[in-house]
Design a protein around this ligand. Sequence first.
Ligand code: BMA
Length: 368
Amino acid sequence: MSLSGFSQKLPIPADPKATRETIALFQSIWKLQQKGIMYGHQDDLMYGHTWWYEKDRSDTKDFTGDYPAIAGFELGHLELGNERSLDSVSFIQIAEQIKAHYKRGGIITITWHLNNPLNMQLPDVKSFRQGGTAWDVSSKEVVASILPNGTNHELFNTWLDRLSTFFIGLKDEKGTPIPFIFRPYHEHSGNFFWWGSGICTDDQYSALWRYTIEYLRDKKNIHNILYAYNTDRVTSLEQYLKGYPGDDIIDMMSLDMYDRGEKFNGELDNALKFVTETGISRKKLTALSETGERRGMSDWWSTVLLPIVSKYPVSYVLTWRHATRKNTQGMQNGGKPFPDDFLNFYKSPRSFFLKDIQKENIYKVKRK
Ligand code: BMA
């Protein structure tokens, strides 16, 4: 494949067969993360604090006039062959919005809160939120059971088949595969998912990653994915890298950290320092792939988040979904989708929303 049009000096994705647009996405993010921070929002295009699936609508756009640069989507329950996700979002509509955001020149990131393949088969599993879900940590044998020779290995392969079918369907009007950032098995450093650090060993975790990527990349021939490694709150580089599956398959080193109190400022600063240092030295992209204000500050965006992320080459920050239920962010802020201070973040020359990155032609494709 010809790499003309790409700088030979810039790093490239781990997949040697990454498509042209995927290489462009990687290199565009690499360059942008040195200039500022993109804003991402989970399920931004699917629903908002008061509405449910209205085409082209977005809480971010309602509030600022622009879409987020990064649109997050969630595929939990796709593995079951369901029509809707664990958050009741239609997979057909998710695919539509992925295509729409790509067409606008935006970036897509995908998470996967996949069910617990071992425990969901138990006869007495009833609870939607606990038993048999991604959050079911009642057994430490789950990852072992899906790896080669495990009792659920064939079942897991059918899940990866369904995932592949969805991914292969993500094409633009010309049939070109749409590149995206995939962040499965997230927050390994926590112990609240069945792939968490207290629930499986680091070796099993790494093997799960390698098996998944080899399946999608080599068996299914999918070459439009940038793979994001991710942990929850960590305090050292050593803790961050526990279970890291390897530079030969990972493209992005990301961190999730929510603000639960005053200590957050120092903890985030510390973590972003070692995450970005290791990311840059390995020639990987970096991100604060989930964050959010949880202590009731009115000026968090401009006085906490922006100053800290601005110290480091972090490609994007993403805040989580505006679920239309009580106690979620969408119901705060006096009925508005975001606090007023979000506008200060938006107006900062350091933050990038969709219009800012449209100028960069992220995928180096010819657009009308
Ligand atoms: C979680 C919560 C859940 C949701 C899941 C997947 O953090 O928002 O309600 O089901 O993400 O989107």
